[in-house]
Design a protein around this ligand. Sequence first.
Ligand code: TXA
Ligand code: MG
Length: 331
Amino acid sequence: MSPALTIRPYSEGALTQAAAKLRAGELVAFPTETVYGLGADATNDDAVAGIFAAKQRPSFNPLISHFPDRDAAARHAIFDARADKLAAAFWPGALTLVLPKRDDSTVSHLTTAGLPSIAVRVPAHDMARALLRAVGRPIAAPSANRSGRISPTTAAHVAASLGNAIGMILDGGPCGVGLESTVIDLTTDQVVMLRPGGITRDQVAQVLGCDVVMAETDDNAPKSPGMLTSHYAPGLPVRLNADAPDQKKYGHEILLAFGDCVTKGFDKVLWLSKTGDDREAAANLFAKLHEADQPRFDGIAIAPIPDTGLGLAINDRMKRASAPRALHPTP
Ligand code: TXA
Ligand code: MG
């Protein structure tokens, strides 16, 4: 059932209500200087699954985690000298940094789509920062629009696109920038622009005193899959629609189980969802994939999952994970 939608202009009371909802695992749309974000507690698997359900995204892309300041971000991401320079120059602002994720980060594997990296941003909008401070947890927030629709720069846009899927919009008037943040990948020696945005390539290059490579278009961009692809793939082979074990053919398999699937005969069983719930399975997906990916097995078998609701995104991700490695599509 869709929650009744509350649209509240900024006030102490609205902020307190929005923070309480976020801490309780609910979705709240809030303004940033770029676009409205669809926020959820980035450390809560189920809340993050709710983002994908609301946006009706057909795949799981890694999401940006938002923080009130650099030090809060540094509790989840490892900052090198380049990251600190860019943070000092552009935060708060329309810049997102992709950095190695700290081992002790509590951010959900679903937020980072199973990757060892994390995208972090400190927005420049006063209301956003006040909200982030009040929540005291990282907030995952893609643009607050249904997949494939234009990015929302007013509360009315959000309501039109997601009104029946979310409970609350914090209304801060129109966004100033209107264009999503620039995404810079610092997980390799090169500085790679993954997404152009409010802050330009030249601005970034000037601060760092080095070249900035464009991910999509540049001949200098690293081509090897896995460097830039924002897609986690387990080390073990992955078999889809596994409705029975077959040791002769597939060896010792660990099963990611769903609903009333066959579990007997597999070496080990990890449940995505015992009740066959697509949202629970989505929330568990990356954590269970990581857990299953151990060299003592020969492969990971995935039970059949219906292509409905979040099942679509789960199957999309599993198809990529099961594809021959050289064929991994880039985002
Ligand atoms: O302006 C913005 O950035 C807005 C506002 C709400 O802050 N947010 C936004 O989030 O656009 P989202 O989730 O729609 O954009 C995430 C972008 C995607 O291009 C995604 O591929 C990239 O960041 N990204 C996130 N994590 C990544 C990672 N670990 N590695 C590579 N790319 C990553
Ligand atoms: Mg978007």
